[in-house]
Design a binder for this molecule. Structure first.
Ligand code: IDP
Length: 139
């Protein structure tokens, strides 16, 4: 059993697709082990995306991620890191496969609706960034 961190980004919340995104996870057999809606501060967004701090889009990305509420979730299931990435589609929605979340709802390479951890180590860091152990349900 594996865990990953999923975020519905501010554009996804603003587009009213929270339910649609969660429905895709549940339909794929993925369990939600934790969930909350929050609004990040700039410092919190910078900490979350620290791996990207040298990238040219870091300032814009951290501004965007603080521009409205987000929904953060811990997803659980077999091979859930890869499964979630497949449901999300490529970073750039123009390159994303048909039927993926980003292909269906993203409008911009930055405003691409969802985030998902890309490896077990990043998943552990990202889950710990938002949730403590007591907030994650064991089923
Ligand atoms: P991922 O979210 O698909 O894992 P990353 O390369 O880790 O993609 O980038 C993190 C986030 O940074 C992306 O989801 C997107 O919001 C933003 N981003 C990535 N590349 C660009 C870019 O070239 N311009 C603007 N924003 C970008």
């Amino acid at each position: 059993m594996e865990r990953t961190l999923s975020i519905i980004k501010p554009d996804g919340v603003a587009k009213n697709v929270i339910g649609e995104v969660i429905k895709r996870f549940e339909t794929a057999g993925i369990k939600i082990a934790a969930m909350k809606m929050i609004q990040l501060t700039k410092v919190q967004a910078q900490g979350f995306y620290a791996v990207h701090k040298e990238r040219p889009f870091f300032g814009s990305l951290t501004d965007f991620m603080t521009s409205g509420p987000i929904v953060v979730m811990v997803l659980e299931g077999e091979d859930v890191i890869a499964k979630n990435r497949k449901l999300m589609g490529a970073t750039n929605f123009e390159e994303a496969e048909e039927g993926t979340i980003r292909k269906d709802y993203a409008t911009d390479i930055e405003k691409n609706v969802v985030h998902g951890s890309d490896a077990p180590e990043t998943a552990a860091f990202e889950i710990g960034y938002f949730f403590n152990d007591l907030e994650i349900q064991k089923r």
